[in-house]
Design a protein around this ligand. Structure first.
Ligand code: ZN
Ligand code: ZN
Length: 312
């Protein structure tokens, strides 16, 4: 399976500010002077040596993840990252009809705001199907494009399939299971299995009761996943302060991933108030936590960022 992250921010789109960009440039130039850069040939190596929070940004678009499996295009959530995915699908299609299966965790703004800007929705030859265990998904999405809020109505070419909670869905040879999460208004996790590989997408969820018994239904759903994509919006402290806001943190994610024997844990749904420096610092602390508490566990930790892609 091939996976690519198109939107990793939670709550609201958060573009890099000019002030943040200037800090990155200033820091890079100062480090370049310190490193004694004197010619163009040294630049690529120098850039490679820069800390991640200086040379990269996690990105500002909201939730959208693409998975390619068994010749099918699967999309999880349609936040603002869905817009760029749409443009890329058109480019890749070479003018042929586009088929995509879009699975929605829930309908909070940060998971649906890209839909009005999804350009493939304007070509009737495309085959675009939305899936969700929620009732009335079409009506929910149509309200977002009510004339008071957007100049064009919901695309008439979209098809809608209501999933049964906990029941398996098969799209070609890909198996998809769903599981309800703890979130205001509800949210669903998806477990995607193809060719003996499994990716679990579990965003927008709070785990208030941290006993193994309370977490068991979730860790059972995550079990043996090759990749678990996990809502780690807050720091541990902020998670306590924002009880019932419906999100989690890296440490809870690590404990659950270890219990479930997950191989790769990807943190996503980043808090809009956290800049790149803070997010990469959280990743560092998360790695320290594993090194100190579970040094023998082969768990790989990653920070979801726009454009991050890999084959599982
Ligand atoms: Zn969200
Ligand atoms: Zn939400």
């Amino acid at each position: 399976m091939y996976i690519r992250f198109w939107g990793v921010r939670g709550s609201i789109a958060t573009p890099l500010t000019n002030a943040e960009l200037e800090v990155k440039i200033e820091t890079a130039v100062k480090l370049g002077i310190k490193a004694g850069i004197t010619n163009d040939g040294q630049v690529p190596g120098f850039l490679e040596s820069l800390p991640l929070h200086i040379r990269r940004t996690v990105g500002g678009d909201t939730a959208c993840v693409e998975i390619q499996a068994g010749g099918k295009t699967l999309v999880f959530d349609a936040g603002t990252g869905f817009r760029r995915l749409g443009l890329d699908l058109i480019k890749r299609s070479g003018g042929n009809p586009i088929e995509a299966h879009i699975l929605m965790t829930h309908t909070h703004w940060d998971h649906i705001n890209g839909i009005p800007f999804f350009v493939p929705a304007f070509s009737s030859e495309n085959n675009l199907t939305f899936y969700s265990p929620f009732s009335g998904l079409k009506e929910r999405l149509a309200r977002q494009q009510n004339a008071e809020y957007f100049p064009a109505p919901l695309s008439p070419i979209f098809r809608f399939v209501r999933l049964n909670e906990h029941k398996q869905l098969h799209i070609g040879d890909v198996k998809i299971e769903n599981f309800p999460l703890n979130h205001p208004g509800g949210s669903y996790s998806y477990r995607v299995t193809y060719d003996n590989k499994t990716i679990v997408y579990a965003t927008d969820s709070e785990y208030k009761e941290l006993s193994a018994e309370s977490l068991k239904p979730f860790t059972d759903f995550f079990h043996d996943a090759d990749m678990l994509i996990f809502d780690a919006q807050y720091t541990m402290l902020e998670n306590v302060e924002k009880e019932d806001w419906g999100h989690s943190n890296v440490f809870t994610g690590i404990d659950m991933a270890i219990e479930a024997k997950v191989k790769k844990l990807v943190f996503t749904h980043h808090e809009p108030g956290y800049n790149d420096e803070k997010l990469y610092e959280i990743l560092l602390k998360a790695k320290e936590y594993v090194d100190i508490n579970q040094p023998k566990v082969p768990l790989e930790l990653l920070l979801a960022s726009e454009g991050l892609s890999m084959t599982i």
